[in-house]
Design a protein around this ligand. Sequence first.
Ligand SMILES: [Zn+2]
Length: 349
Amino acid sequence: MALIHTLFSLMEQFYDRHVESLFHKSRFRRRIGSYGLSPNASPPVATLDLCHRLTCKAPICDRFSLSYGGFYARLRQPAPTNALLAGSGMLLTAIDLKKYGDYPTYLKALRKRSGNFCRDALKANRLGYRIESFDRSMRVNDIRAIHRSRKVRSFGLVFEAIFPFYKENVTTLQSAADGSQSPCGLHWDLAFGIFVNPENASAPDGARSSRLVGYARLHRIGNVVTYADLIGHGDHLHDGIMMLLHTVIMEWLLDSENMYAKGLDYLANGTLERGNEGMFFWKKKALFAPYLVNLLEEPLPADFNATEYLKLNRDVALAGEDAVSHYRKHGRKEQRPYKTSGHSSDGMP
Ligand SMILES: [Zn+2]
């Protein structure tokens, strides 16, 4: 079974790198144009501070800073030092939360620019769908049904829908359920679900019998929160569930009383080039716009291992210093070792 999973994950990677990327160039020209920008013009800059600080001690801080640091570093930057990278880097699509400030202002802009987005959200609300935060590990079967409800999605083929014995998404889901929050408040992983009661919902135990028909997973990394997953059940998409989900999340993010959202500047959702036309127009209607990425901190090397670093640099460990901060402040300049040479495989967890 493990071999089959490896094979499918290789197929997915191949599709992603070699098939999907064929469309990026033409999509870029067309899509940047639909924002009224010329392909040579510079889009606005989003300054991202991933907040890897001494105060961040939880495993999720490390994991998110590393994985998202790598992702954002590959996107297009304002002043490219590496011309080759600048040519291949994609544009981030995000909503500048500070630009709207509060939910009524965002809703007003949304109504003005995309009235049907609001109408779809209202329709889902009227049909009885409701949005709640939830624990994904308690809804494994519903999540599996959602993922398998469409063979083709905006981001390409869904391998687990085509080959039902392929369970990749659900297995990663279970392992991700642990350690998803950090006391720092700057790195967290939350899921918001779309719930609906069964057709003949005469029984009062609505909570127990309700079904999950879509969800969004939000990852916060410093001043940016990202849609890590945004997926709905194929049978319910036409009810406007994704529009309702997004507006409720925006209301939550723009609530000044919400402690989770303190200091957030952007809601990010992939890149301009990735995803099919349906996804692109959905994002545009939701007021996502293209941005260049200015990363405040240089990301760590992809294979940086904090435990290994402390083992190889005993003085840092003895001083009780944080491996990541020490490497950022001194280690990089001093070219200190962060992995045992010849063992490049034991990097990230
Ligand atoms: Zn943290």
